[in-house]
Design a protein around this ligand. Structure first.
Ligand SMILES: [Zn+2]
Length: 645
């Protein structure tokens, strides 16, 4: 993943390469890289540690067991054999490398470092002399041949040739940043040089059927300053939807399926495959920031309205249709058949964060936070080695909705989701803070300490909180010596009576008390600037901001047009969506109702599900949605029939 962290690292400058000049166009808001933010909180820190100690080695082992790594050795002539698996399996290995590199960047591990060296040698061997890297074609014998096309680049709608290497570029940048080694970066640059001279106005005019390379090319540009990479990313975006181009039609679906139905600047709605769409929008945001070209941001804002206003689940998940893994119509959001792929939540998060970086508006962080705590996090078990591909909002406990499983699964034939978790989890600290000039943005809450470079001088920020289990956050701002600065603290939408920044979902019932914010004990006025309390003052070591976000249990209703949720309510507390599971409710959930007059109680149960706050009413118990299906197979529901409706 990415990006925010790698972007900031690139921005921080790197003597070994020549990144773009500091005055070059870029995002006006800059992330504080994950390497500078140490979370020591009750929620994310244990999960990031599980990712490092369990999920990273587990996913490498699965890649070995399933022939994904051998494919590189075979393509490189280091061993005999046919290509095994699916044509996009190379990308899974790249994503685990990316996640492993992020872990390595903050946690030295010589064994992991050495493992990566051996693995990268196989990848390097698999690269053809001119830079081409795609083991399915290089090996030339395997089951997936009809989807890769007869020759290079001839069948981009399904080959995933360009998708795979997009993940290579991201992995290579992460590995280079973490270790200083050029081994994988050199493979990536050689490949990107081939792509840049092959595609473009004077070369092949075609676009990847599965977007992702746009993000990767931008990362290579940030490391090297090589404009051809940025220009190629821009070409892939601008060529999309070109009516003059005779693209081969998808065997089952039209060009809309890969967002190729209209020029990007004319697009108004999120359509097609939800993961591809999210990666495209994130890539468009990157190119918008780096080129300043008009039209991109306006298109992204229109598409954003269609996603967050009409096509997003309460969990932040996207993709209503299992068939085609795609967006549905407006307000078409079925719960039990929801697709809401883990990768789609991740792609949506990447895009939301970039929208913040472009605009500085907290509403994008509201959506990002909703995704991270719900629709993304549900994708991985507490143990770190069981996964969801789809993330439905209701389950009967019997239907095998999860690629042949009715509960979390150890792996999938198409295993994009587990390996996407691997790279996302260690990136989360990189979303907590951002800067612009002498302004510090506190976007997310979690106990820990950050070292920030603000207007050329260091600043230490410490948070003390039990978030998301309660809404009290103490933020210590330590500038070393007295200094005038602006700190902007996000007041989450959920604490301002707005679960989402559109009318797709709304809280019902009485609004809780207003958030309170104090500096060294003195209350501040409640005025908000784009969703932030803005505090400009001379800060001195020991200064403290105390934020108090009332966190009662809330009921949520969906827009009337969402048929699946009509007459139903969902339960939330703070940033968390709750659900009922059979195991806590005598085995059944289909008779559980909730009324607006329900009297809820909460209890923090440290021994349950890694430590969660449960919600109870009328003899029923709800647990956080992200933690469901960690205790075996069983029914679950988020949206409950309303008593009296
Ligand atoms: Zn996936």
């Amino acid at each position: 993943m990415i990006s925010p962290a790698a972007i900031a690292l690139a921005l921080a400058g790197c003597a070994r390469e020549a990144p773009p000049e500091s005055g070059a166009l870029d995002y006006p808001y800059r992330p504080v890289p994950f390497t500078g933010v140490r979370l020591a909180d009750v929620f994310w820190a244990p999960r990031i540690e599980t990712n490092r100690t369990v999920t990273v080695p587990y996913c490498f082992r699965k890649c070995e067991e399933t022939g994904r790594i051998d494919n590189f050795a075979k393509a490189g002539g280091l061993m005999e054999g046919d290509f095994v698996g699916l044509r996009y399996n190379d990308s899974d290995v790249f994503k685990v490398i990316e996640g492993a590199a992020y872990s390595l960047a903050v946690h030295p591990d010589p064994e992991l470092d050495a493992y990566l060296d051996v693995l990268i040698a196989k990848i390097s061997a698999a690269q053809e002399p001119d830079g081409y890297l795609y083991t399915a074609r290089t090996i030339g014998r395997g089951d997936d041949r009809e989807r890769i096309g007869r020759e290079r680049w001839s069948y981009l709608i399904t080959s995933h040739e360009l998708y795979n290497v997009g993940h290579l570029y991201e992995a290579a940048v992460a590995h280079y940043r973490a270790t200083g080694k050029r081994t994988l970066l050199d493979v990536a640059l050689k490949n990107a040089d081939l792509i840049a001279r092959t595609f473009g106005p004077g070369g092949i005019r075609d676009v990847p059927g599965h977007e992702e390379i746009e993000i990767g090319l931008v990362k290579l540009y940030r490391v090297t300053g090589e404009r051809a990479y940025l220009e190629t990313a821009k070409f892939f975006i601008d060529e999309r939807g070109n009516p003059e181009r005779h693209t081969m039609e998808h065997p089952k679906r039209g060009r809309w399926y890969m967002q190729d139905h209209l020029p990007v600047k004319q697009q108004t709605e999120a359509v097609g495959h939800a993961v591809r769409a999210g990666y495209l929008y994130a890539g468009v945001a990157d190119v918008a920031a780096l080129t300043g070209e008009p039209g991109y941001l306006e298109a992204l804002e229109r598409i954003w309205e269609s996603v967050v206003g009409r096509r997003m689940y309460l969990t932040g998940g996207v993709g209503a249709h299992r068939t085609g893994e795609r967006f549905g119509e407006d307000y078409e959001l079925p719960n039990d058949t929801a697709y809401a792929e883990t990768c789609a939540a991740i792609a949506n998060a990447l895009w939301q964060y970039r929208m913040f970086l472009l605009t500085g508006e907290a509403k994008y962080i509201d959506v990002l936070e909703r995704i991270l705590y719900n629709g993304f996090l549900s994708g991985v078990s507490l143990s770190g080695d069981r996964f969801f591909y789809p993330n439905p909002l209701a389950a009967d406990g019997k239907t095998k909705f999860n690629q042949g499983h009715a509960t979390r699964a150890p792996w999938f034939r198409t295993s994009c989701c587990p390996v996407n978790v691997v790279r996302t989890m260690p990136s989360i600290p990189g979303y907590v803070y951002a800067v612009r000039g002498d302004e510090l943005y506190v976007n997310l809450f979690g106990q820990g300490e950050a070292r920030v470079e603000l207007a050329g001088a260091p600043l230490v920020v410490r948070q003390r909180t039990r978030y998301p289990w309660d809404g009290d956050v103490e933020i210590e701002v330590d500038p070393g010596a007295r200094r005038e600065l602006t700190v902007l603290v996000r007041i989450p939408g959920w604490a301002r009576n707005r679960p989402v920044p559109t009318d797709l979902y709304r809280y019902v019932g009485e609004a809780p008390g207003e958030p309170e914010i104090r500096v060294n004990g003195s209350p501040l006025g409640a005025g908000l600037d784009r969703g932030y309390v803005r505090i400009r003052r001379e800060w001195a070591p020991g200064d403290r901001i105390s934020l108090r976000l009332p966190m009662p249990v809330r009921l949520v209703a969906a827009h009337e047009a969402v048929e699946a949720d009509r007459g139903r309510l969902a339960i939330e507390r703070g940033p968390l969506v709750y659900c009922v599971e059979g195991i806590d409710n005598s085995g059944r959930v289909d008779d559980i109702r909730v009324s607006r007059a329900a009297r809820f109680s909460t209890e923090h149960r440290p021994e349950l599900l890694g430590g969660v706050t449960v919600i109870r009413w009328d003899g029923h118990t709800a647990v956080p949605y992200h933690a469901w299906s960690n205790r075996g197979q069983g029914p679950m529901a988020v949206w409950l029939p309303e008593d009296g409706s």
